[in-house]
Design a protein around this ligand. Sequence first.
Ligand SMILES: Cc1cc2nc3c(=O)[nH]c(=O)nc-3n(C[C@H](O)[C@H](O)[C@H](O)COP(=O)(O)OP(=O)(O)OC[C@H]3O[C@@H](n4cnc5c(N)ncnc54)[C@H](O)[C@@H]3O)c2cc1C
Length: 353
Amino acid sequence: MENPLQKFKKDLQNIAKAGGRLLSIEVPENEEKPIIAEPVAAPSPSKTPEKTEAVARKVAKDGIPVNLYRPKDPFVGKCLSNEELVRKGGEGTVRHLVFDLSGGDLHYVEGQSIGIIPAGTDDAGKPHKLRLYSIASTRHGDHLDDKTVSLCVRQLVYKHPDTGVEVEGVCSTYLCNMEPGSEVKITGPVGKEMLLPDDPNANIIMMATGTGIAPFRAYLWRMFKEKHENYQFKGLAWLFFGVAYTPNILYKAELEDLQRQFPDNFRLTYAISREQKNVDGGKMYIQSRIAENADKLWELVQKDNTHTYICGLKGMEGGIDEGMSSAAAKHGVDWSDYQRGLKKDHRWHVETY
Ligand SMILES: Cc1cc2nc3c(=O)[nH]c(=O)nc-3n(C[C@H](O)[C@H](O)[C@H](O)COP(=O)(O)OP(=O)(O)OC[C@H]3O[C@@H](n4cnc5c(N)ncnc54)[C@H](O)[C@@H]3O)c2cc1C
């Protein structure tokens, strides 16, 4: 007997034979776009039936698109804008980039990442490998036309440990210096760790350092800025955002605007390490804010509809666990056991790099 995948493959072949191509596919529940089979004159080389089939296969399983474009055959997008996010007096360079996706099949959902392949070759003369970046826009893009994807990229600059010579990261420098109008090779999307629950009543706790804000910007736009018939956010969104200096608070105006507009549903708590002091007189990191709000956070994480997301610098989980451990210990609970349960329930999500 024909299994569903074989049947689906056959349907796709029939669509292709009839001169059509599958433009998008999503699960019926909570759908925002229908399946569209549109007749086209002749398939272009980048949209052969084989490729269309591969695309559909990757999307069909759980409605989450993955690896629609792979490094061997990336999508070539165009940079529409590239803006500095760090204000005067801040540290380093972080850029907000918007890429045009029109003319392809690349789509994504909030919390996923895309790969960028820098132009040029590495020291061995081989093409550069891709680097992953969290998507900073919702599936509808910053222009709300489903045709763009945005990133929030920090330029990596460090002193070489042996020579002391300043080194600039390959891909982050390529992106931060990119001129609008330039072409860019994009792969993906990838990632299922940081997806938002469909439940509009869920509580969403977000803990970000630096560019870790990227997926949370996408969540917040989806929750508060966009209007959806099947997702009207009514829960509590609480963002803890750690940066070094006030001018390093990325998307500050946007975040504070949302807080003013939605004071009952959106809480914003900064930890500005080089400016603020914690209760012990030390630097204010996210974990100090967690300790300050431990009782409320502990109450929230115990609710079945609360999801916690951590994104940003590798190593930031340590401090968060410390804060949560002391909150849990007050109630005689071992945090690592409790956290294991949350992870098993897919309510504790971490993406650090
Ligand atoms: C899932 C995921 C999401 C990500 N999202 C984002 C994002 O939203 N924004 C963002 O800016 N980045 C993000 N990153 C990081 C990004 O993928 C790149 O790693 C980053 O931009 C650096 O790449 P590069 O090509 O500029 O650096 P490279 O040229 O690849 O250099 C990186 C290498 O430099 C060396 N190095 C780095 N720092 C030092 C140091 N202090 N001392 C000595 N050696 C050092 C290390 O060997 C390191 O591997 C993400 C990573 C992952 C895995």
